[in-house]
Ligand binder design. Structure first.
Ligand code: ACM
Length: 511
């Protein structure tokens, strides 16, 4: 791979980029020639550049800065690729699809001086774009980032900023982890108690699982439908799909606190969990529970147009089912070998419901071999599970925790804030993480959709902490997903330039 001219400090690295002499200057006289269907990209360019540059960038039929859709380019560029040619007198951004143009706009933004990303007016900076020819197509369609808003709630105003930062890195999927033992954040009209009761906990454990210490501070929050629908539109305008996750049949303590009749002991009153770790209270398997899940998922599908809907599935102890006569009877009635098999049966039922509505169910893998066949599988425990799941025919997202869990510490240095115990996930490990298993043949490799970063938030309460853990490691993951294998030194060099952009955006380097 030829060395990247240092001025092209784009992250992720473009597929092909040639630097030419000279530059194009964006100024108050610059006008946009906006082809049919390119309006959203032009609008994004204006919205992104307005705060720092104040440039109006009005439309004009003879504008020297052109944005154009050309479906004929789809064979080479797919839905997400783009071609950008910057000459001294003209800029031309082309793509086959709206999303490609949106990604191209992010590259234009990165090619400008870093001050262009500042939220406040920057006077006296010439807005120069280096002359270049760039052709850029992602290696993997799934370049995800998961944020857990169940353990610690974040308002939608912050989620919009989070999306802005994802879009800057051409991340394609924002996985929103909306429910867990410690909080239910998704509004469901038929069950207002889910957020009214399940959205609040009395306090939170301090420190890791088993610490026995609590902070005594109530924590809560939930979204409205219109907030979530607005977030979905905001993300779509930036080329990002919001994929919701509703955990089942485990990680449901908050739902059980709100609706005890869904449990294996309907007479039992539970609190929204205040501890961290794996909770052994899980959903019952009676018809009311399946109806409940379908009702919740109907509302989820109404709010989120995402083709993929995540239903969790991991860390579901089967102890309650084993001890429940009703669950054992259900297993027998369904012809299952035992209550443990209710896990796959349950996910099969909710997965079928999603499939009947034209959506694709997604689940976390415990082994890669246990999820129903029509599931898209997120592997997290072991890289071998990626191979297992892909060989079984599942589309797979490789989210191996040792390379993609950003709740683990960035380093073992003395100044790192307390993080998820157990591992360090360094920048280099993220950069080195190939989502495609080495032993995969072409057919199996073709089932690997990509990779995704996770931020579980047991120990992360503030936006600053979220961003400290997310950046720059997400830059490396975005590069791996978009560009494939890149040279570490080359990445580091570009990241140095890119850090000025993160600084301009106020992403904290330290906590
Ligand atoms: C997970 O880490 N609970 C998928």
């Amino acid at each position: 791979m030829p060395a990247q001219p240092s001025v092209l400090t784009l992250v992720p690295r473009p597929t092909e980029a040639v630097l030419r002499p000279g530059h194009f200057t964006l100024d108050a006289g610059t006008t946009l020639r906006i082809g049919e269907g390119a309006g959203p990209a032009a609008e994004l360019l204006r919205v992104l550049l307005a705060p720092a540059t104040g440039l109006p960038l009005p439309a004009s039929p003879d504008g020297r800065f052109a944005l154009a859709l050309d479906p004929g380019l789809g064979g080479d560029l797919g839905d997400e690729g783009y071609v950008l040619v910057i000459g001294p007198d003209r800029v031309l951004l082309r793509a086959a699809h709206r999303t490609g143009l949106l990604h191209g706009v992010q590259s234009i933004r990165q090619l400008l001086p870093a001050q262009a990303l500042s939220p406040t007016a920057q006077r006296g900076t010439p807005w120069l774009l280096p002359c270049a020819e760039i052709t850029d197509v992602p290696r993997h369609p799934w370049r995800g980032a998961m944020l857990d808003v169940a353990r610690h709630f974040q308002p939608v105003s912050y989620l919009r900023r989070y999306v802005d930062l994802l879009a800057l890195h051409k991340i394609s999927v924002f996985h929103l982890h909306l429910t867990d033992d410690q909080g239910w954040r998704m509004p469901v009209a038929a069950h207002p108690e889910l957020t009214e009761v399940g959205g609040h906990r009395a306090e939170s454990q301090r420190g890791p699982d088993g610490s026995g210490a609590y902070d005594g501070i109530p924590h809560g929050g939930s979204y409205t439908r219109s907030e979530l629908a607005g977030l979905v539109r905001y993300a779509a305008d930036r080329g990002v799909t919001v994929m919701p996750e509703i955990e089942m049949p485990g990680h449901v303590r908050a739902a059980l606190a709100a609706c005890p009749s869904l449990g294996n002991h309907p007479e039992r009153t539970l609190d929204v969990w205040t501890r961290w770790g794996v909770c052994d209270t899980v959903l019952g398997v009676h018809d009311e529970v399946l109806d409940f899940c379908r009702t919740v998922l109907d509302e989820v599908m109404d709010v989120f147009p995402s083709p993929y809907i995540h239903v969790g599935g991991e860390e579901c102890p089967t102890t309650e089912w084993t001890h429940s006569a009703a669950a054992r009877e259900r297993a027998a009635a369904e012809g299952l070998p035992g209550p443990e098999a209710l896990h796959g049966w349950f996910l099969g039922k909710v997965g079928d419901h999603l499939v009947r509505h034209g959506r694709r169910p997604v689940g976390w893998a415990e082994t890669g071999a246990e999820l129903p066949t029509d599931f898209t599988v997120m592997t997290w425990r072991d890289p071998a599970h990626t191979l297992t799941a892909a060989r079984r025919g599942h589309p797979v997202i490789n989210a191996h925790h040792r390379a993609t869990y950003l709740d683990y510490a960035r380093s073992d240095g003395p100044h790192e804030p307390p993080a998820q115990p157990g591992a360090v996930v360094g920048l280099r490990a993220v950069h080195a993480h190939d989502p495609v298993p080495e032993k995969a043949d072409d057919e199996t490799a073709g089932r690997v959709l990509g990779t995704q970063a996770q931020l579980w938030t047991e120990f992360v309460t503030t936006p600053a902490h979220i961003e400290y853990l997310t950046y720059p490691r997400l830059c490396a993951l975005a590069e791996r997903g978009w560009s494939g294998t890149t040279d570490w030194t080359d990445f580091r060099t570009r990241l140095d330039g890119h850090t000025a952009r993160l600084d301009a955006l106020g992403v904290p380097r330290h906590l």
